[in-house]
Design a protein around this ligand. Structure first.
Ligand SMILES: Nc1ncnc2c1ncn2[C@@H]1O[C@H](COP(=O)(O)OP(=O)(O)OP(=O)(O)O)[C@@H](O)[C@H]1O
Ligand SMILES: [Mg+2]
Length: 511
């Protein structure tokens, strides 16, 4: 559907065009008119389908620039996502000259207080820092007309709920409430509707919860085998940009160091790094100065980096929703992506649980042997040589080239070039990743491992008929995604422990 049919002003249509959006995505087409009409909306659609613009555009349409109060508040689970959303809203609101600001933890609060003096109409923030500002009375929410909980199921999960409730209490009862996410377990929806009036649930119908733009694979491997298998996969597939999700911060650090030792251009982010460092690394990744981002779930939700081709779940996520968000960092805005999930033999039940939720069968992949990894590298090198030949100005090099051809056989010269473009089996460089406590054995039923959410119950068929054995005919391809239940704390503004942990997982809280 065209944006011009949605009731948006000329200024916003111009912004949409400037952003290169040709057509509204289904979630945009369905929710924008409802939000403009002032309805409370739950907007659910697959990852990477433009939910941010779906709530941003109607908000920008309705704010009053002459009113100095905060009129719309967007709450995000992580600092990185809050910053990204503020940037996108600012971009879309340029023609409207809308003032959009962001507050998040780990950054100088005085500077934020100073910028808040310019009276933004729209504020984006993480819960902890928002509450901090509210307590200092540097953020007042008594004129908020629209509240958005982005990644709403995460924001309404136990870890965040108290904060969200406290923030909502400071807002007028008469307001519009919007919840957006790719996943919305029924138990969480029940919590959400308590804050809403006559909510409309817009759920973009799709056979699968994950987008069919992602080819999803899994590899069975023992924990200690994963690193070698992964670097071989990287060699075979030579992904442009990939994200590797792991379960713990320690693993992020160790995997990053291991990748560097084997010659890959990687950096890691997790909650123990300074916010400055986190942003620096994410920006480098966004600008393709890094090939591989290693991350805990701090990067799992909402983060939009164009052209991420591969998501690896170095550790399978315990929570199936988490899988959906992690793999959703690829296959965005119509691009194709690949996910590869490592699963240890005793974690197969977790894999099946994920498949039940997504209704997609992951394809098994065989770990490549050293020989296969080398063949893969050679085939990549062959393509590189072809590209090089095409873009080389032969005349410029002709003299030396002829001289070399006099001295050597042509085949030796090309072999030397291929040798330079490939590397020795990367597993020759020994890397040891400290073993982590395995996921607890699933106890048969549904959602036994989930806090609060209580699992997705029956409801989700076995995937049988919905199997999609990939667009790719090549069964021996690569990668996937995963999540961390022990790392969220690092993002917190306030160190609140919500208990849990008894079974190797804790109730989640991010900021
Ligand atoms: N109508 C459109 N046409 C083309 N691209 C779009 C359109 N709307 C949004 N995009 C782009 O698609 C990408 C994904 O959008 P966005 O981050 O809003 O997805 P999302 O649905 O919120 O995903 P997630 O569930 O992962 O948060 C962004 O780069 C955005 O600029
Ligand atoms: Mg989003």
């Amino acid at each position: 559907m065209k944006f011009s049919e949605l009731g948006l002003s000329k200024a916003l249509l111009k912004a949409v065009e400037r952003n290169g959006y040709e057509e509204a995505t289904p979630i945009q087409a369905e929710t924008i008119p409802l939000v403009l009409a002032g309805k409370d909306v739950i907007g659910q659609a697959q990852t990477g389908t433009g939910k941010t613009a779906a709530f941003s555009l109607p908000i920008l349409e309705t704010i009053d620039r002459d009113d100095p109060n905060i009129q719309a508040l967007v709450i995000s689970p992580t600092r990185e996502l809050a910053i990204q959303t503020q940037e996108q809203m600012y971009q879309l609101g340029k023609e409207e000259r809308a003032k959009v600001q962001v507050v998040y933890g780990g950054a100088d609060i005085r500077r934020q207080i100073n910028s808040l003096k310019s009276h933004p109409q729209i504020l984006v923030g993480t819960p902890g820092r928002l509450l901090d500002h509210m307590n200092r009375r540097t953020v007042k929410l008594d004129h908020v007309k629209t509240l958005v909980l982005d990644e709403a199921d995460e924001m309404l999960n136990m870890g965040f709920l108290d904060d969200i409730e406290a923030i909502i209490k400071a807002m007028p009862v008469e307001r519009q409430t919007l919840l957006f996410s790719a996943t919305m377990p029924p138990e969480i929806k029940r919590v959400g509707v308590q804050f809403m009036q006559d909510p409309q649930h817009v759920k973009i119908k799709a056979k699968e919860l994950t987008t069919d733009l992602i080819d999803q694979y899994y590899i069975r491997a023992k924990d200690y085998e994963k690193f070698d298998v992964m670097t071989r996969m990287l060699d075979v597939q030579a992904p442009d940009l990939s994200i590797i999700f792991t379960r713990t911060k320690r693993r992020v650090d160790e995997i990053t160091r291991g990748l560097e030792a084997r010659g890959y251009n990687a950096a890691g982010i997790h909650g123990d790094l300074t916010q400055k460092r986190r942003m620096q690394i994410l920006n480098q990744f966004k600008h393709s100065q890094l090939d591989i981002l290693v991350a805990t779930d701090v990067a799992a939700r909402g983060i939009d980096v164009a052209d991420v081709t591969h998501v690896f779940n170095y550790d399978i996520p315990q929570d199936p929703d988490s899988y959906v968000h992690r793999v959703g960092r690829t296959g965005r805005a119509g691009h194709h992506g690949v996910s590869l999930t490592f699963v240890t033999p005793n974690e197969m039940d977790y894999l099946r649980e994920i498949e039940k939720l997504t209704k997609v069968r992951m394809l098994p992949l065989k770990p490549p042997s050293a020989e296969e990894a080398f063949t893969g590298q050679l085939s990549n090198a062959e393509s590189t040589v072809k590209e090089l030949v095409e873009k080389t100005d032969t005349e410029k090099y002709e003299k030396v080239a002829s001289k070399l051809l006099d001295q050597y056989e042509a085949v030796d010269l090309v072999a030397a070039l291929l040798n330079d473009l490939t590397k020795d089996d990367s597993t020759q460089v020994p890397v040891k990743i400290t073993p982590e406590r395995p996921l607890p054995k699933r106890k048969g039923g549904h959602g036994g491992s989930r806090n609060y959410r209580g699992g997705h119950g029956g409801g989700h068929g076995r995937g049988g008929n919905n199997r999609r054995y990939g667009k790719s005919n090549d069964n021996h391809r690569r990668y996937g995604s995963n999540k961390d239940h022990r790392d969220h704390g690092g993002n917190r503004d306030r160190n609140k422990n919500n208990g849990g942990g008894k079974h190797g997982f804790t109730i989640r809280k991010k900021d």
